[in-house]
Design a protein. Structure first.
Lengths: 377, 324
């Protein structure tokens, strides 16, 4: 494993910086500034890599718990969407952000939430519909945001957050900030008009938005062949007047590097980028879906490309981590999840009548109790 | 006190809020250089600059979605729909994104979506609709429809200061036809308060928007015939002023619900229900609706005239109800 995936970086990254908007895009000429392979940046520092491994493992552990334990025990109800196998995308992108930056994760991007520092317990409270969950039981799964931590949640019509990301970026510009917004969506959402409108809007206004496509092969049961007719989605970037890249989404290094370039560009005021992260959905659409429409060979193929296994092997091989330290990490992550689950389970469910409260924001609003602390920017 | 048109009053209200609060900015199609299809934002670009008066691509959904994003981080965007008919293109962002954010996770979304609605100018099916009920049926939104210049200014200012998404319907027929006194001092008209435009004793006509003027026209005519109409202008449809509605009904004991919107699922149906629930014993006759028929808005003048409620149709309904 380790050897097989060791020399990952640029070789797996197809990069197509054909247009940065403006005259360059109109003439079709490549931009002078480019992210060509020879100028690839140094690898992330060891402590960053270890932090990423921790976040990857934490995401994996809690999602396995949600999908295979809590859901089956009836402790979590409703739809269960997890990102098993595609955790590297959220981790290796969101970990690069600073205060004031925003992520707008999609429904399988718990990894981005955790990378932004959302406590595990809050995530579990929301999944379990508890009274003091971030959504107070009004919405499920990852449908909650945190303005202080720079997170805007999805709504179920996927792709809708792309225009919202443009609005955040507009505020960054109006207020003279150098922040960026990372918006995540699946390849299925790229077929929706909101993604098109937002990419065009961001390119025209040169907004600091990174459009991140988690291409995981299937939108519910629909394979990519029925979703779009181009080979790689990076082509969508230049089509709108922004750089586009397609990278191996299961390769932490490739994902990190692509977003490093895109974020730098956005902070410099050079506008948006599009990054396609090729990955695979190692589950059904939701926990109820056995995904029998997915050929078994594909699961096998992508099992071998698991992002966590690859990073672990690489860290061990490069002696950035000992096998003992890895075992300790594994155990501590398991314990962290055990404890968070236990704490969340102990919290009460909401009173039915509280469903009537907080439809509007007003001086006497029920949400106002936590507003100054948690929601003011 | 200066006399302003409906349109000038809206422009003045927006301008005052932009001067007062640097987080207010405008977003829309052709609103900057061109000043908007109806010139509501004329002069704004020169006054406030391209950063705060932003001409966008033709992307209603992106415009509204971007307004949501900006609102979440402390801005107060005011979005123009070139015609309220095109608000359909942003429907998902309004009802699934903007309207539900506060309920779902407690963040405030202070934003206004405004634009011209209504018929009477031969605009045809896509430049004439009164589609306010699409949004009245969406908890989390506020829906406002002014009839006078004074109210248009006071309500747009209230809408901009509100911490919730407000859909602000401007009747294009009123833009340049209605003028009244508009004070220069700062004032707002609170959202959710109706106002009596005319006191009467026989029949309460409850209405909003351009139909307020139709009701007043019919009332003047019927007065000569000895029928006294009271005219209540709702001003806000969501929330609506239930107290004022019930007070008028109790006073007159007969009620006509009038709107330019089509009949099924119109505001009149909701008001009829609340009146039947809460003022049944006060009624001396059937609750009567005078509305447009359930068709798209037709273009050709005789068809449009047939479609629109007017003073004659209202007077006929009132005479019949008065004799009940």
């Amino acid at each position: 494993m380790g050897v097989k995936h060791k020399t990952i970086r640029p070789a797996r990254t197809s990069r197509h910086d054909r247009s940065g908007g403006g005259e360059g895009s109109r003439s079709g000429a490549p931009l002078a500034r480019s992210h060509d392979v020879s100028r690839a940046r140094p690898l992330p520092a060891a402590d960053t890599l270890l932090r990423m491994l921790y976040l990857l493992k934490l995401t994996r552990e809690v999602e396995v718990r949600i999908e295979r334990v809590l859901y089956r025990q009836g402790k979590i109800v409703g739809g269960v969407y997890v990102g098993r196998g595609q955790e590297a995308i959220g981790v290796a992108s969101a970990i690069q952000l600073v205060e004031g930056d925003f992520v707008l994760p999609s429904h399988r991007d718990l990894s981005a939430y955790l990378a932004r520092g959302i406590p595990l317990e809050r995530v579990l409270l929301n999944w379990m519909g508890r009274a003091d969950a971030p959504s107070r039981g009004r919405d499920n799964t990852l449908h909650f945001g945190d303005l202080n931590k720079g997170i805007i949640p999805i709504v179920s019509p996927l792709g809708d957050t792309c225009p919202v990301a443009c609005g955040l970026a507009l505020q960054f510009k109006l207020r003279g900030k150098r922040n960026v917004a990372l918006v995540y969506f699946g390849e299925g959402a790229t077929s929706r008009g909101d993604v098109h409108e937002a990419m065009n809007f961001a390119a025209v206004m040169k907004l600091p938005v990174i459009f991140i496509c988690n291409n995981n092969g299937y939108a519910y049961s629909t394979p990519v062949q029925k979703q779009y007719a181009v080979k790689d989605l990076w082509r969508r970037g230049p089509a709108y007047g922004m750089p586009g890249e397609s990278v191996d989404g299961n390769d932490v290094y490739a994902v990190y590097s692509a977003h490093q370039r895109a974020i730098e560009r956005a902070r410099k005021g050079e506008g948006p980028s599009f990054v396609e992260c090729k990955t695979f959905r190692m589950t059904g659409h939701s926990a109820h879906d056995a995904a029998e429409y997915v050929p078994a060979a594909l699961f096998k193929e992508w099992e071998d490309k698991d992002p966590i296994t690859r990073l672990q092997s690489d860290l061990l091989q490069r002696r950035l981590m000992t096998p003992e330290a890895l075992a300790t990490l594994h155990e501590s992550v398991r314990k962290e999840v055990d404890e968070a689950v236990a704490r969340a389970e102990a919290r009460p469910l909401p009173d039915g009548e509280s469903a009537n409260e907080g439809v509007y924001c007003g001086p006497d609003c029920w949400w106002g109790q936590t507003r100054s602390q948690a929601f003011d920017v | 006190m200066p006399i302003l048109t409906h349109l000038e009053a809206i422009r003045q209200g927006i301008g005052e809020e932009m001067e007062r609060d640097s987080s207010v900015f405008l977003l829309g199609e052709d609103i900057g250089v061109y000043g908007g299809a109806f010139k509501v934002t004329e002069g704004m670009l020169e006054k406030f600059g391209a950063e705060r008066v932003i001409d966008t691509p033709i992307s209603e959904s992106a415009i509204v979605g971007a307004a949501v994003g900006a609102a979440l981080v402390g801005m107060r965007p005011v979005v123009e729909m070139q015609f309220m008919d095109f608000i359909a293109c942003a429907f998902d962002q309004i009802v699934n994104m903007a309207a539900k954010i506060h309920y779902r996770w407690g963040a405030k979304v202070p934003m206004v979506i405004r634009g011209p609605s209504g018929a009477g100018v031969h605009g045809g099916p896509y430049h004439s609709q009164s589609n306010e009920m699409w949004f009245v049926h969406t908890p989390g939104l506020k829906v406002v429809v002014p009839s006078t210049a004074y109210d248009a200014k006071g309500l747009i200012k209230a809408a901009i200061r509100d911490d919730n998404p407000v859909i602000f319907y401007e009747h294009k027929y009123l833009y340049r036809r209605v003028k009244d006194e508009v004070p220069l001092e700062d004032y707002v008209v609170p959202i959710g308060q109706a106002i009596l435009r005319r006191e009467g004793t026989d029949i309460a006509v409850i209405t909003y928007g351009a139909m307020v003027w139709t009701a007043l026209e019919a009332a003047a005519q019927l007065e000569k015939e000895g029928i006294s109409l009271e005219v209540l202008d709702l001003r806000s449809l969501l929330p609506y002023d239930e107290e004022a509605i019930l007070a008028s009904v109790r006073k007159c004991s007969k009620v006509i619900l009038l709107h330019e919107d089509t009949r099924i699922g119109g505001m009149a149906g909701e008001l009829a229900a609340v009146i039947a629930e809460k003022a049944f014993d006060d009624l001396d006759g059937p609750i009567v609706r005078v509305t447009a028929p359930d068709t798209p808005v037709p273009f050709s003048p005789p068809l449009e005239d047939h479609f629109l409620p007017n003073a004659r149709k209202l007077a006929e309904a009132a005479r019949k109800l008065a004799s009940y």
